[in-house]
Design a binder for this molecule. Sequence first.
Ligand code: NDP
Length: 433
Amino acid sequence: AARNAEQKEFLQAVDEVLESLEPVVEARPELEKNGLIERIVEPERVVMFRVPWVDDNGKVQVNRGYRVQFNSAIGPYKGGLRFHKSVNLSVIKFLGFEQVFKNSLTGLPMGGGKGGSDFDPHGKSDAEVMRFCQSFMTELYRHIGPDCDVPAGDIGVGGREIGYLFGQYKRITNSFVGVLTGKGIPYGGSLARTEATGYGLCYFADEMLKANGKSFDGAKVVISGSGNVAIYANQKATQLGGKVIAMSDSNGYIVDENGIDYKVMKEIKEVKRARIKTYLDYVPSAKYVEGSAGIWTVPCDIALPCATQNELPLEGAKALVANGCYAVAEGANMPSTPDAVAYLQANNVLFAPAKASNAGGVATSGLEMSQNSQRLAWTFDEVDGKLHGIMKNIYANAAAAAEAYGMKGNLVAGANIAGFTKVADAMLSQGIV
Ligand code: NDP
């Protein structure tokens, strides 16, 4: 901890995982002897770089770029790029660390990594975003490759940004390879990747609900955020019979007791890139409340935090419990604070942790890599079917690992243990590296 004293998000993520792993480390002394824990919390490589670009006024801007290559024991580094003004080394390391276990849980051969920049795409023109992406890739290209490190999107990095990044990689290296995922369909992207994290979240939540005699059918659902994960979580939750009554952005939240149509949200966020408040232009009977934190006070049966880290604090968890919410499944990465998770679990709320429940995105990225390697493209239903199977497996493995270590029903512990075991065994086999 002393070595990373300033990195609070990273330390929070590590603490949470190590706590769950205590019984495993106790039961397997070879892990300690081989320095497994000390090695697994240290990234294999961290790259930080200058990203200079010229804005539309001809002024030079400088941002900082990051790529944290955390662990390659079971496959090439894999994980998204985040462009957001809050990005710093701690945030990227926390995301990279979590990614190691999440990728392992998918059952696909992917190591863990994460990257990004403190560049804020809000209010930037397409041309500015393109120039930024080209400058970013002009450094990043030398550190990545289809058998080495395959980045993807994350907050602030969607289809547009991946396109610019891919174009620049191809131009510099003169090679057309699957070096990024989340690509457009005409140039090697996978069908169903856009939908995958939100769909996967609901497939996972559905397994958890069914194992406990509950379901989405007829349930009131609150989803925070209105980005990629939130929009498709809305679509799938609705298909499974739920009614999504609230969604948010970083300014505030809307409540529509008749159910929010994901297509309207897609129009507002993906086409117009507008604020969620403009939902009132489409549905005047809905309600808008300024300030996003209040969304947890909207009474619901199922809550799906799909916006950002630490967005569901203890007060939010208390409000959910007081209103009778019986399930929380995380779509964002680490959206619930540790005290919120503890409170929800102590009050018998079914809780699905991000690294298991939002693994559908990276799993489908893994399927995109397979398609690129084969130079084939699978149908939407084929990919969606594989995604569904993967999410069912993740649930089964996390539930089984929790039970094996005497923590039946604790999916936080189960996901950490199941994800860790595979990576740890691979590291043991590969010697002290
Ligand atoms: P997007 O950038 O598409 O959307 C993020 C959404 O969250 C936006 O609507 C944003 O609103 C909103 N938001 C940001 N901060 C807050 C806040 N404090 N309160 C309420 N809303 C907020 O990102 P994604 O949907 O792709 O990602 C969301 C989360 O899911 C992240 O944690 C990401 O790491 C995680 N994730 C994403 C995956 C994917 O495949 N996309 C895969 C696995 C995890 P605004 O427009 O105001 O900024």
